[in-house]
Design a protein around this ligand. Structure first.
Ligand code: NAD
Length: 335
């Protein structure tokens, strides 16, 4: 029997998670929701079957000529689990609906950690989500940090991590807000909340973070410095990153001079140029005066998608960590 998955909020993350679920043989999409009868709603209706996220909007969809199969409550009746991909903080408001329907739920990184029993990132803490009913997949920045730090934690004794995030101001589809000509400290008061978020999945890592927004939509960039006791072999770090499918190494020598070039590569490589992997610059990996340096870029729209699939498997105990990650990687073309 396949696990029946509802997607509540067919936006940037929701449409990608729906497509990823539909590539798995142990789960299936039973429907998606939208609040407004826009072009995304029309596409969701054609591809997966559409339900109204807000029950009294059914007529608005019908008036727009978009076939709607019912409300979110009707959808939850068909589902074993809902992946809530609504805007940040809305997931917490939706939670009582899920509890009433008796379905499991996955929330996204825009929610506070306490919305779920556990925060999740596959490499960091897959086992913590096994059998759970409410899980939060951490944000794009946290997923990017958690992956590299999980690998380094297994290799070395990490003393302290300092990470600076240079964040894309909005996603490419956004036309209501942005930052045209400036660099915005966000937050101004440091450190940023990202370190606390990393600790929800890697509680033993001593980390401090800062963050700034810049006028780009393509990717986030992370500058990471890790204080490590003892000797570090840069070659060992590179080969361990090379072995991990969810990390992809890029080299300046090959022409990857900026995030623009990484996305240009991804445009040829994947549907919607979704880069599910951390894009780590090979040459940036360097050990100097007791600190390991890494520069990586994160495709914010895509990176949490494999983690959502793994979270479903963990929650239904369909596979252990290695098996699930392997299956997710294979089906999403992460190699
Ligand atoms: P989005 O705005 O692209 O999509 C949100 C969708 O939810 C929209 O389709 C909207 O119609 C729908 N929606 C609005 N109100 C709703 C409600 N009450 N119930 C159900 N659906 C509702 O947002 P997104 O970028 O996909 O973000 C979704 C979540 O994923 C947020 O928690 C966000 O923080 C997190 N996230 C976003 C990114 C990113 O870069 N876009 C990366 C990682 C995590």
């Amino acid at each position: 029997m396949k696990v029946k998955v509802a997607i509540n909020g067919y936006g940037t993350i929701g449409k990608r998670v729906a497509d990823a679920v539909s590539l798995q043989d142990d789960m299936e999409v039973v429907g998606v929701t939208k609040t407004k009868p826009d072009f995304e709603a029309r596409m969701g209706a054609e591809k997966y079957g559409l339900y109204a996220a807000i029950p009294d909007r059914v007529k608005a969809f019908e008036d727009a000529g978009i076939e709607v199969k019912g409300t979110i409550e009707d959808l939850l009746e068909k589902a074993d689990i809902v992946v809530d991909c609504s805007p940040g903080k809305v997931g917490a408001e939706n939670k009582p609906l899920y509890e009433k329907a008796g379905v499991k739920a996955i929330f996204q990184g825009g929610e506070k950690a306490h919305v779920a029993e556990v925060s999740f990132s596959s490499l960091a803490n897959y086992d913590d989500a096994v059998g759970k009913s409410f899980v939060r997949v951490v944000s794009c920045n946290t997923t990017g940090l958690a992956r590299v730090l999980s690998i380094l934690r297994d290799m070395y004794e990490l003393r302290k991590v300092r990470a600076t995030m240079i964040r894309r101001v909005v996603d490419p589809k956004e036309d209501k807000k942005g930052l045209v000509n400036g660099i915005m400290p966000d937050p101004v008061k440091l450190p940023s909340h990202h370190a606390e978020d990393v600790k929800t999945v890697l509680p033993d890592v001593n980390i401090v973070t800062t963050a700034f927004k810049v006028p780009t939509t393509l990717m986030h960039l992370h500058s990471i410095a890790v204080e490590i006791d003892g000797n570090v072999s840069v070659d060992d770090v590179i080969s361990r990153f090379d072995e991990e499918p969810r990390i992809m190494l890029f080299s300046k020598e090959e022409g990857f001079t900026s995030t623009a070039k990484i996305i240009e590569f991804a445009r040829e490589y994947r549907l919607r140029y979704d880069l599910f992997e951390n894009a780590v610059w090979r040459e940036s990996i360097n050990f100097h005066d007791g600190e390991l340096y890494i520069t990586q870029a994160i495709h914010q729209e895509a990176i949490v998608v494999p983690e959502n699939i793994d979270a479903i498997r963990a929650m239904f105990e369909l596979a252990d960590k290695q098996e699930s990650m392997k299956k997710t990687n294979r089906t999403l073309g992460i190699a």
